[in-house]
Ligand binder design. Sequence first.
Ligand code: GLU
Length: 317
Amino acid sequence: MPTTSIPTPPIGRFAPSPTGELHLGSLTTALASYCHIKSLGGKWLLRIEDTDTERCDRQFTEQILIDLEVLGLHWDDDVVYQSERIDIYNEYLASTLRPLTYGCQCSRKDLEQYWAQQDQIPAHTDTATQLTVLPNRKRYPRRCVTKALDRLRHKLRIQLPDYLIGFHDGIQGQQWGNPQQTLGDMVVRRQDGMINYILAASLDDGLQGVTHIMRGLDILPMTTAQISIMQAARLPAIDRWYHLPLICSPNGQKLSKQNLAQPIDTRDPSQLIATALQLLQQPSVEIDTPARMLKQATAQWDNAPLQGQQQLSLVNK
Ligand code: GLU
């Protein structure tokens, strides 16, 4: 059959975890991914990553949606809630990903003991890859991989490949990582059934047809794991990756919910957009309605000032 080539628009997404309100760090991720994908004529999807029922809160989700609306960051298509897609993730675990996943009964305490012993062993060079292997990296030692434990009564881990995977990052440059050496076999489903971030995000990015991922640099260490999970699940690869520098407070601390970054105050959305654009080192935009500011910011969007940067600071802003 002849293949038809109907050009599909690039697809980007913003995927907040509603464990807190948006702060300046998450706002800059939202704004950058929005302006960037819109500058390419693409669609911007919103996915709420709320599989962690202990840490996520419906109130935070609602506030995130309100804040994005007030800022004029209107998403395309319906919002996707990962908490409503648990059956899809479990179906993948029971089918395509079954051969790569295994039940694990090691408790946190067992593993802490194991790692404490490993700390005594000095770093060594891996003969195959010539990379330095640090024994105190908290990698799972694959104790349960051959045990064939009941998959429904134990947490599930995924076997990640032990070879280098490379990808080009449009902001950070060429990247290489060996997911087994850096992350080990990650837990993808907890014993209580909770689906972990890496599995849900990898499957959804593929299933939603995302082509461009722009997100915070803190997630970059997981990208090679995501690439291998998407490949194992036979989902289309992401075309372009971009990991944004992290926003830091003047004392160099990353703004995150963990260190209680202030929620954004959307009473003056135009000023907030101007501040975020300045942090992102974009050409300045006249203060106007959020919609007009975003239009201008999109028209002049440029990744170049962000190239190779790992931190953006609030100092002098
Ligand atoms: N849900 C993640 C967060 O809020 C972002 C994940 C991603 O963009 O892949 O940090």
